[in-house]
Design a protein around this ligand. Structure first.
Ligand SMILES: Cc1ncc(COP(=O)(O)O)c(C=O)c1O
Length: 429
């Protein structure tokens, strides 16, 4: 049986409609910004394999780090044991993150990084003897697919089947100008809000919705004044995507917890991290006057962990990736892509193409919305046509309805970027 047919027969793919006769493309090789299918066709990986890949596929420094680590220590449970790559990576993360963060809790994907952040907040208040159960999140947010992460995500077709099982969340619209500040103020003043979670500056799955730092800063200062913990979900925006190491680097105010994954390992191996301030960690530390539960565990303990927490090989990849991210070559590449994105957006705005209604960018993220008579967004019918059009041209893009976006690996060449821009402009519905 051919590979695509065997795939069809035996495998259930994520976020994929199950349709008669439709086969997945078999990718056999990847190098730099390119993917190669089993017929040898080359594709530009213009979305960095679902927003994960930072430095291109098969980067020699990351490949070497993985091989060396695999030969030395493949895996060890992370309770009662630790290992050099996890220790070094935590030191490096705390060094590049804004001041104030203090403890790294590892996991293995973005949804779990978010789940952990939420549980940390709920148990923080529980350990302090305060019952705070409300969460504030942004409309149209996406934080992952586990139940906690879905609960704090905007209600949509993604979550429809699970709605009875999701906990109650107060949603505010970040695009609501000053009104959002007023709504937020009313909510936090009630005193029962445990935390506020948000994708800082770019709501990825919402269609690369880019919003100003100033509004978020106002919300953060209100949160602080009202004892609400703030969680920045930088699973997508982290590691240079917005032009700075982290999206929160654009802000004046500090957050309490940051969630990281995707680019953390350079996009090569599954790894997540939830990093918090010392005050949060201290609420989980044992107090001598607290009783144990009889099994040697303390009621303040954070009961959360995964079999592959802090996998040493993934940590080694992340160390190599962070070293690359700090290099001049990489920062120059990010600025190069950022500048070309800005010029492309400018070109669209000044030429007013009839097929394109709007374009925006931040850092290496660029989004273009195609004109449509239907409702805009994820379910827009133009999506399939766009997808096939770009695949035929040898470009992997995954449109969100009528919105196409690029999040390329930092190594993408100027020629390939120009080719992608041209393809975006040439599409005819
Ligand atoms: C902002 C954000 N948070 C969380 C997630 C979930 O990450 P994962 O797919 O690794 O579970 C995503 C995935 O796209 C994301 O964009």
């Amino acid at each position: 049986m051919s590979l695509p047919l065997s795939d069809k027969q035996n495998i259930w793919h994520p976020y994929t409609r199950i349709r008669q006769g439709e086969l997945n493309i078999v990718i056999e090789k990847a190098e730099g910004a390119y993917l190669f299918d089993s017929d040898g066709k080359r594709y530009i990986d213009a979305i960095g394999s679902w927003w994960v890949n930072l430095h291109g596929h098969g980067h020699p420094a990351i490949v070497k780090a993985i091989a060396n680590q695999a030969a030395k220590l493949d895996h060890i449970m992370f309770a009662g044991f630790t290992h050099p790559p996890a220790i070094k990576l935590a030191e490096m993360l705390l060094e590049v993150l804004p001041a104030g963060f203090s403890k790294v809790f590892y996991s293995d994907n973005g949804s779990t990084a978010v789940e952990i952040a939420l549980k940390m907040c709920f148990q923080y208040w529980h350990n302090k003897g305060r019952m705070k159960s409300k969460v504030i999140a942004l409309e149209n947010a996406y934080h992952g697919d586990t139940f906690g992460a879905m609960s704090v995500g905007g209600r949509s077709i993604f979550t429809q089947a699970f709605e009875p099982f999701l906990f109650d969340v107060e949603f505010i619209s970040i695009d609501d100008g000053q009104n959002v500040v007023e709504s937020f103020k009313n909510l936090v003043e009630k005193g029962n809000v445990a935390c506020f979670i948000f994708e800082p500056l770019v709501q990825g799955a919402a269609g690369m919705n880019i919003y100003p730092a100033a509004v978020l800063d106002e919300l953060l200062s209100l949160a602080k004044a009202n004892n609400v913990l703030c969680i920045a979900d930088e699973v997508f925006t982290g590691f240079g995507r917005t032009g700075k190491y982290f999206s929160i680097d654009h802000l004046q105010n500090k957050v309490d917890i940051i969630c990281l994954s995707k680019g953390l390992s350079g996009g090569v191996l599954p790894l997540g991290a939830t990093v918090c301030r010392e005050e949060i960690f201290q609420a989980f530390a044992e107090e001598s006057n607290l009783l144990n539960d009889g099994e040697g565990l303390n009621i303040r303990t954070f009961f959360h962990g995964h079999s592959f927490t802090a996998n040493p090989i993934a940590c080694a990849a992340a160390i190599a990736s962070l070293e690359l991210l700090k290099s001049k070559e990489c920062t120059d590449s990010i600025s190069r892509i950022e500048k070309q994105n800005q010029e492309f957006v400018q070109k669209i705005r000044s030429n007013s193409y009839p097929t394109i209604s709007t374009a925006r960018c931040l850092g290496i993220i660029l989004a273009v919305e195609y004109t449509t008579s239907e409702q805009t967004g994820y379910l827009n019918q133009i999506r399939d046509k766009l997808y096939v059009y770009f695949i035929d041209k040898g470009i992997v893009l995954r449109p969100l309805g009528n919105i196409v976006y690029i999040v390329p690996p930092n190594c993408i060449s100027d020629e390939d970027l120009a080719f992608v821009y041209e393809a975006i402009l040439s599409f005819q519905p």
